[in-house]
Design a protein around this ligand. Structure first.
Ligand SMILES: [Zn+2]
Length: 309
């Protein structure tokens, strides 16, 4: 049997490969891809064929059986009561059978602090967003455990003072929401930058039109735009604005400068381009959110022009 360290290393390597694979597309992986995932020349099943908790058996081709659960999944039509509880921690229910059977290996993930792959199914595609999570608490008497994407933040949430706790909760919520938000937005835009049409998933992000907050609606697709890293940063820093007619504007003072090809082709030539929009109208950026951000862009433009004149 592997040592705890060997198993940890193997799991981390495997899970990182899954996340990289997902990020090359829209941040999601299909059940088919998870059933025959390629890792170091082997095909590995990463998701339970029926249930939520996946403990690969000893007949698994690659190596010895793992001591802890490899993956858990949350489906759209799940019969179990999996839900986010306060503080960015997620409740994951045991399958029937108490703390024995499948659940015992999930408990082992808690005792050994080994990472687990959490697969969250998303509508409407039915594909899964992968997360690397830890079991941070176990409640065998109530048949559930708590999972979180970060060990140290979860310790702060449990033991920190009021200010530390609130800060950790906010970071944890972002860690949970950001990948699913990015996946839904990139999927709606068919994995392309809405400004320049760049189509490399690894270079794309889900930009919020109005900032991420606890407000539930802020995570809906129409508060998002799929942008490459460059245009996301340019949008956030008001180098680039998008008006209520979905037309891209570059700030007036930026149009005046000349320095090199990135500025010329990457920014200045985006001026007056029409935003590339999702196929479904319901996923188009929300006009009132867009207008609000565009007003801030114009204010910044006036301020910058005045400083320079
Ligand atoms: Zn772009």
């Amino acid at each position: 049997m592997w040592s705890l360290e060997e198993e940890r290393e193997f799991r981390e390597g495997l899970f990182r490969t899954v996340l990289e694979f997902a990020n090359k597309q829209d941040g999601m992986v299909s059940r088919q891809e998870l059933s025959e995932f390629q890792f170091v020349g082997e095909k590995i099943r990463l998701i339970d064929p029926q249930g939520g908790i996946w403990n690969p058996s000893a007949s698994w081709t690659l190596t010895d059986p793992l001591r802890a659960t490899l993956s858990i999944n949350t489906t759209l039509s799940g019969v179990y009561d999996d839900q986010e509880i306060s503080g960015g921690l997620w409740r994951y229910d045991y399958q029937t059978g108490g703390s024995e059977g499948r659940n015992s290996k999930l408990r082992l993930a808690w005792e050994s602090q080994l990472p687990v792959l959490w697969l969250r199914q998303q509508a409407p595609s039915g594909r899964y967003v992968p997360y690397i999570v830890f079991v941070v608490d176990d409640k065998p008497e109530d048949s559930f455990c708590l999972i979180a994407p970060d060990l140290s933040l979860s310790i702060t949430i449990k033991n920190g003072n009021e200010i530390e706790r609130r800060y950790a909760e906010r970071l944890m919520k972002q860690r949970l929401h950001q990948p699913a938000f990015r996946a839904r937005v990139l999927n709606a835009y068919k994995v392309r930058c809405a400004v320049c049409n760049l189509q490399f998933g690894e270079l794309l992000e889900g930009a919020h039109i109005t900032p991420d907050s606890d407000d539930r609606t802020s995570t809906s697709i129409n508060n998002g735009i799929s942008l490459c890293k460059m245009h996301h940063a340019a949008y956030d820093k008001a180098f680039l604005g998008i008006d209520a007619d979905y037309v891209v504007k570059i700030r007036a003072d930026i149009l005046e400068i000349s320095d090199g090809p990135m500025l010329q082709y990457g920014l200045q030539q985006m001026h007056e381009r029409e935003l590339i929009l999702p196929e479904k109208r319901e996923n188009w950026p929300d006009i009132s959110r867009l207008s609000h951000r565009f007003f801030e862009f114009r204010e910044k433009e006036i301020a910058e022009t005045e400083t320079k004149s």
